[in-house]
Design a protein around this ligand. Structure first.
Ligand SMILES: [Zn+2]
Length: 147
């Protein structure tokens, strides 16, 4: 017994644009989101390799860990919206918070130096990198608002 497969042509869409070349709307943001998340890993890695070479692994780990700042998304509804600008919306992504991150970045350089002047104390170094990681995070989120 044979089954015949009949291919019926799709009815032409009326009143709609023809098939677009761009991915459909639900797919496009997820690619953008993946690139965005990848940058949250790649940029700290490159910064660590460029400026914190002797301890680049620890520096990278600390900066990537600052992604935890996105926990403030849990307060929002919906938690994730690809078309929303995080900066100025989520509490830990506001200007006052960014001011604190800048302080975390700068203050250890001023008050965290070892007595012999050779680099920063361990804690100061960690705080400095947390601040830098958060500033990089905010910059990447901010760029995302522009594109
Ligand atoms: Zn964020």
């Amino acid at each position: 017994m044979y089954h015949t497969l009949t291919l019926t042509p799709r009815p032409a869409r009326r009143g709609r644009a023809p098939i677009r070349l761009a991915p459909d709307a639900s797919f496009a943001p997820s690619v953008a989101a993946m690139i965005h998340i990848a940058l949250h890993v790649i940029v700290p890695l490159l910064v660590a390799l460029a400026f914190y070479r002797p301890r680049w692994r620890t520096a990278t780990a600390i900066m990537i860990a600052t992604m935890l700042v996105d926990a403030d998304h849990l307060l929002a509804d919906p938690i994730y919206d690809p078309h929303r600008c995080s900066i100025g919306f989520h509490p830990l992504h506001t200007l006052p918070a960014i001011g604190v991150y800048a302080a975390l970045f700068v203050l250890p350089l001023a008050i965290g130096r070892k007595a012999d002047g050779q680099g920063l104390h361990r804690t100061a170094r960690a705080v400095h990198l947390v601040g830098l990681g958060l500033l990089i995070h905010m910059a990447l989120d901010g760029i995302d608002c522009l594109v």
